[in-house]
Design a binder for this molecule. Structure first.
Ligand code: DGI
Ligand code: FE
Ligand code: FE
Ligand code: FE
Length: 188
């Protein structure tokens, strides 16, 4: 795959700020992948595509989502979640990304799920902690995950996301709870 072509496409599709987020997520994911022994090549592709569908309008996203096996589930939850499965769909259709692990990493970067692969966790964590993220508590989160195993970093990150969502009374996608429960069960 011509990654420069993917970057040019992203630059056209996304506002500058979001495009820069994508580059920082990709760089963060590549670093983390090296640390934990995940394929750097896959981390780079998944990082670049993770928000590919982020700025499509809701009608277009909804139309594409209809092709998804889990349309019935996703359509009951916030439209903000749809860019993840649709991003995976477009990476496959337009760029012939066929690696299932890469596609799942794009698909579950927003919600997480139970049974995430190491690559999926790398992308989830990188998306949350990339150096441009400014939300309250981010410094504390970065400190807590520093030097931890990939599993423990993921536990901290999914806990952070759920706390944040519950705090604003958001309706939560069930896979996020599954992810949280799985990580908390294995926590020592
Ligand atoms: O696309 P990004 O902004 O880089 O980050 P993201 O894809 O991880 O999250 C996008 C948004 O989705 C973010 O504002 C948090 C929100 N979100 C994540 N999980 C859930 C959720 N919103 C609801 N309502 N329910 C969820 O389970
Ligand atoms: Fe996203
Ligand atoms: Fe995220
Ligand atoms: Fe993102």
């Amino acid at each position: 795959m011509d990654l420069q072509q993917v970057r040019n496409d992203l630059k056209q599709r996304l506002p500058q700020e979001r495009y820069e987020h994508v580059l920082r997520v990709t760089a963060t994911a590549v670093e983390l992948a090296k640390e934990v022994g995940v394929s750097v090549e896959k981390a780079e592709i998944a990082g670049l595509f993770h928000d590919y569908a982020k700025f499509m309008d809701k009608e277009e996203l909804h139309d594409l989502l209809k092709q998804d096996q889990e349309y019935d589930l996703y359509s009951q939850y916030h439209a903000e979640l749809w860019h993840a499965p649709v991003g995976a769909l477009l990476a496959k259709e337009r760029y012939v990304v066929e690696d299932e692990d890469v596609l799942q990493a794009i698909r579950f970067h927003t919600t997480g799920r139970a049974g995430m692969s190491p690559l999926e966790k790398v992308i989830y964590i990188a998306d949350l902690i990339e150096p441009g993220r400014k939300f309250p508590g981010i410094e504390d989160l970065r400190k807590r995950i520093n030097g931890q195993s990939l599993e423990d970093q993921m536990t901290e990150c999914i806990q952070h996301t759920l706390k944040f969502l519950v705090h604003q009374y958001a309706v939560i996608f069930p896979y996020s709870f599954d992810c949280y429960n799985e990580h908390v069960r294995r926590r020592k």
